[in-house]
Design a protein around this ligand. Structure first.
Ligand code: SF4
Length: 479
């Protein structure tokens, strides 16, 4: 049965994304659909927008590829199907001569195994709608593909037949669909408590405070990597409040956060701060990359989802206290050679390179070394000279307002409240990826200029923030 969605009652039909949300958390889905006004919902984040853009881009490539096949006339695209209780939109559907159909589910990821439940939902709803589903394929990007000139869709995409895998999970998914439909038919649910009561605060969704209004502030949830059994024990004993906890309740790595939250005062370990500062060599190069990353590679040698730098900002602090700023921002994809040339001039061969959360910059450097063998020595040396400014804020200075986090977005407002990210402009790495893409494709000079300015300002602030945080540490370690 193929239906026009406009003739349906969308609220009464369970969509695939709602089913996946149900699997994540039934209570949150019920609140979202049945009591949409009790929990304020944020608009899609930059990360959501990035995923959507990538999804549309890969889908367009996949459908174009199917349209070029010899059996293209057998295909229908973006078909809406309902069994009267659930609603699916199939990316591509092939009608076979025996009356059966094959379903094609397009994904922008490179892991078809992550999408078996989605694909199974599609197959079950199609079958319940009276269609004979012969086969299901997940069309995904090939992680090993490297762009070499024009994109070759037949090498960029891979078709995974997942029939056996779907058969193995089919009964379980059928039961879950019925469970989700049963839940959404309920007029009320128990709105007291939820699973995240026994998880760290980072796992919470917007419904948490509605479901758990009595959570004390600050609570044990703020302790880094606190385990579920420990939270369960504290909840049972009515001791989730930090004020009710004892030193025996925390691990050594949680101790400083616990002390800071318990006393309301920062915990300062001057020896740790001094050890970090004495490991640095002047001139100090505070640097940060912004990258272009997406499912569809945009320049020669690039692969799907690879984070390739397109921009850097570098503040250079000399031993005499003077500060210089150097930067690079490409105006198109694939400019890493020019970027590294400029970086070499900015960073040179002496002095420490300082970043926030070294895993990211170091992995970018390794990726660029593969792309640009002639710069591999410099990039390896850069990684060897890299120090992570986040570390002393994990072990040397822990403020209660950090709330157990070592994110620069949490630390900067506490330590340098005069430095602020502009929420109405580019203010995070994902937003920078989106702004860069927009800048590259925009035909309007004014719009490009505006985006270039925002990107420069954002990256500049990232490295200036590190300079100021370093200065803060120097003051902390001063006699
Ligand atoms: S905070 Fe509660 S409602 Fe939200 S995802 Fe966690 S368990 Fe579900």
């Amino acid at each position: 049965m193929t239906l026009n969605p406009s003739s349906l009652e969308p609220a009464a039909l369970l969509s695939k994304s709602e089913f996946l949300s149900f699997r994540e958390c039934p209570k949150d889905l019920w609140l979202r659909l049945r009591k949409p006004t009790v929990v304020p919902r944020s608009p899609p984040s930059d990360y959501d927008r990035l995923l959507m853009e990538d999804g549309y881009a890969v889908e367009a490539i996949a459908l174009d590829l199917l349209r070029t096949r010899p059996d293209a006339e057998r295909f229908e695209f973006q078909v809406t199907i309902s069994d009267g209780r659930c609603l699916i939109r199939v990316d591509a559907l092939r009608r076979n001569s025996d009356g059966s159909i094959d379903l094609y589910e397009v994904k922008s990821s490179s892991s078809p195994e992550d999408h078996l439940v989605d694909a199974c939902f599609q197959a079950i709803v199609a079958a319940r709608a009276g269609l004979i589903v012969r086969s299901v394929r997940v069309v995904h990007v090939d992680a090993d593909y490297r762009l070499d000139g024009e994109l070759d869709p037949s090498r960029f995409l891979a078709f995974a037949e997942v029939d056996e895998e779907l058969e193995a999970i089919r009964k379980e998914v059928e039961a879950e669909i019925d469970e989700a439909l049963g839940l959404l038919a309920m007029g009320e649910i128990d709105e007291r408590g939820c699973r995240c009561l026994l998880r760290t605060a980072s796992r919470r969704c917007a419904s948490f405070h509605h479901l758990n209004p009595e959570i004390p502030v600050p609570s044990a949830h703020l302790l880094p990597r606190i385990s579920s059994p420990r939270l369960a024990r504290l909840a049972d004993e009515g001791r989730l409040a930090i004020a009710d906890m004892l030193h025996d309740d925390v691990t050594p790595s949680q101790l400083d956060t616990f002390e800071a939250l318990r006393t309301g005062q920062p915990v300062v370990r001057t020896e740790e701060v001094k050890a970090f500062l004495s490991s640095l060599r002047y001139p100090l190069h505070f640097y940060d990359y912004e990258t272009a990353a997406g499912a569809v590679p945009m320049a020669r040698g690039h692969g799907p989802h690879q984070q390739i730098p397109v921009q850097f900002s570098c503040h250079v602090l000399h031993a005499d206290g003077s500060l210089e700023h150097r930067e690079f921002l490409g105006d198109g994809h694939g400019m890493e050679e020019a970027l590294v040339d400029r970086l070499k001039a900015a960073i040179g061969t002496t002095g420490s390179a300082i970043v926030w959360n070294q895993t990211f910059e170091k992995s970018c450097n390794r990726r660029m070394a593969e792309l640009l063998p002639r710069h591999a020595g410099f990039l390896k040396d850069l990684n060897d000279r890299t120090a992570d400014l986040m570390l002393p804020f994990r072990k040397g200075y822990v403020h209660p307002a950090f709330e157990g986090s070592a994110s620069i977005k949490k630390i900067l407002p506490v330590v340098c409240p005069d430095l602020e990210y502009d929420e109405d402009s580019v203010h995070n790495g994902t937003g920078a990826i989106l702004a860069f893409r927009e800048m590259v494709t925009s035909d309007e000079t004014e719009e490009r200029e505006r985006l270039l300015k925002e990107l420069r300002a954002y990256c500049h602030l990232d490295t200036l923030a590190m300079v100021r945080l370093h200065e803060f540490l120097l003051n902390l370690a001063a006699p």
